[in-house]
Design a protein around this ligand. Structure first.
Ligand code: NAP
Length: 489
């Protein structure tokens, strides 16, 4: 059952992902009920599903068979009286398709509806099934620890923690899932993966786009809640966690939670030493003049909302003491790119150092998107000449056959949910710890207006203060340009 079945997420991601599962034979006994307010017939709804699949994946021979499994129920989720009709339809379909009472509820809707829907699903008997019941819930999960707790309480009246699948679509990305494999399946990395050999880790997730039509939502969120609390913190946890004793959901999640528990508490008066906020001004992006954030639709003319965050996260445990994890995310930056750079410490004595030819530190770069791959930066002898060292890059690109078959994040997550594997969804404890961390920052920022907004020009790498954050520790952000390699273009 997809709530919000006429919305952007359903059309752009969910229907094509379901089709791919169907095409691969991973969806056999199923039916989908789309729920939204606008009046639509089943035929009209099936046509929109067909268009969405064809737009995303091109013409498909068996598309008519696929859409025959889709039904539509026009329903305002705030109207208590219409859940009974939805329950009757679901029971009927369950019987017709012999679904054994297994039911997944996907909430692809604005977050204010999550709690009320969950309560109604229970009170109107939609969760009374003899098979499994699961709730898939989109971000944002609350907008602070307080509101997330309230939402969680409402959800938990109808679903147990094991039945709740909180989506963080970064956890569906091929290279984010690869972090664990790179770390735990390679004897050359695991012994080095600690504060003796790693000097710092940098995670950058930048966008070229501005806020577009999402001004209303973004004004209540900002980059901190939209990107840091979930995606960036999840990547930090995967990079920093201890090897789990098994790759089971509980073991992996509990190691991630231990990372969140080790995050250094930053007191209110220190926030601005550890975190930098930015808001884009007007500028030129891909040869086009673009407006400042405050001139975007549905944005306050004096908005205090950050469109950029850079931060230094310290993990106070044996493995990571003293190693900064720098994170950076923003809109209207130079490139669309998500990369992780693991910078290793310098060798004890550099035989090859000459002032004008500095030997580079070793870097392991994980390219998350849009290119997918890994690059290892080493030093090797320059061909011919003397024993001069030069940087070489060993690269693996997830292109060609592998990439053609790389399922979209949503397809993988939907498949995980169908199989009952919640490893790549966020547990309540992870959500709670990361909100507690982020709340400290937003409390300070919301109560102190940033006088210098806008403080970076669109089409740049963000405010100067973000560079200074690293400079004061003796580091710098590795420029994305230097990290690109031919096969990753
Ligand atoms: P959207 O395009 O605004 O769609 C909202 C859907 O909810 C529509 O189908 C709308 O249909 C339905 N709806 C609204 N009020 C309703 C009501 N009272 N009763 C029943 N249905 C109602 O939103 P979206 O972009 O798809 O986003 C959905 C959720 O996914 C949000 O939580 C968002 O933060 C999250 N998300 C979206 C994306 C993305 O790529 N779009 C990415 C990550 C997360 P009617 O108007 O016909 O009722």
């Amino acid at each position: 059952m997809i709530f919000g079945a006429t919305g952007d997420l359903a059309i752009r991601k969910l229907f094509p992902s379901l089709y791919r599962l169907f095409e691969r034979g991973r969806l056999k006994k199923f039916a989908v009920i789309g729920v939204a307010r606008r009046p639509l017939t089943n035929d009209g709804f099936q046509k929109s599903v067909k268009d969405s699949v064809i737009n995303a994946l091109g013409d498909k021979e068996n598309i008519d068979e696929f859409i025959s499994y889709f039904y539509y129920h026009s329903h305002d989720v705030t109207d208590s009286s219409s859940y009974v009709a939805l329950r009757n339809l679901a029971n009927q379909i369950d019987e017709n398709y012999n679904l054994e009472g297994n039911r997944i509820f996907y909430l692809a809707m604005a977050p204010e509806f999550f709690g009320p829907i969950a309560l109604h699903l229970k009170s109107d008997g939609l969760t009374e099934v003899k098979g499994f019941k699961r709730l898939v819930i989109e971000k944002p999960f609350g907008k602070s620890l307080e509101s997330a707790k309230e939402l969680n309480q409402q959800i938990r009246t109808a679903f147990s923690e094991e039945e709740v699948y909180r989506i963080d679509h970064y956890l569906g990305k091929e290279m984010v899932r690869n972090i664990e494999v790179i770390r735990f399946a390679n004897a050359i990395f695991e012994p080095l993966w600690n504060n003796r050999y790693i000097s710092n880790i940098q995670i950058t997730s930048s966008e070229i786009l501005g806020v577009e039509e999402r001004g209303r939502y973004y004004e209540t969120s900002g980059a901190l809640r939209d990107m840091v609390q979930n995606h960036m913190m999840q990547m930090v946890a995967l990079l920093a966690m201890e090897p789990p004793i098994r790759l089971t959901t509980d073991e992996v999640r509990s190691e991630k939670v231990r990372v969140f528990r080790s995050l250094r508490r930053v007191e209110s008066n220190e926030i601005n030493d550890y975190f930098v906020r930015g808001q884009y001004g007007a500028g030129t992006v891909t040869d086009e003049q673009v407006p400042e954030y405050r001139a975007e639709p549905m944005v306050d003319k004096e908005s205090n909302t950050e469109t950029f965050v850079a931060g230094k996260i310290m993990i106070d445990n044996f493995r990571w003491a003293g190693v900064p994890f720098y994170i950076r995310t923003g809109k209207r930056m130079t490139t669309k790119s998500t990369k992780i750079v693991v910078q290793f410490k310098d060798i004890p004595m550099n035989l090859y150092y000459q002032p004008e030819k500095k030997v580079n530190p070793n870097l392991l770069v994980i390219h998350i998107q849009p290119e997918e791959g890994i690059t290892l930066h080493l030093n090797a002898k320059k061909a011919g000449g003397h024993l001069d060292a030069q940087e070489v890059k060993l690269s693996f690109a997830n292109t060609g056959i592998q990439a053609m078959n790389t399922p979209e994040g949503y397809e993988k997550l939907l498949y995980d949910c169908l199989r009952g594997d919640a490893t790549n969804f966020t547990h309540w404890d992870e959500v709670a710890y990361s909100w507690a961390f982020v709340d400290k920052i937003s409390d300070v920022w919301e109560n102190t207006k940033s006088v210098n907004f806008p403080n970076y020009v669109s089409g740049t790498t963000g405010p100067k203060a973000a560079d200074e954050l690293l400079e004061k520790d003796g580091f710098f952000w590795w420029p994305v340009k230097n990290l690109e390699v031919d096969i990753c273009k």
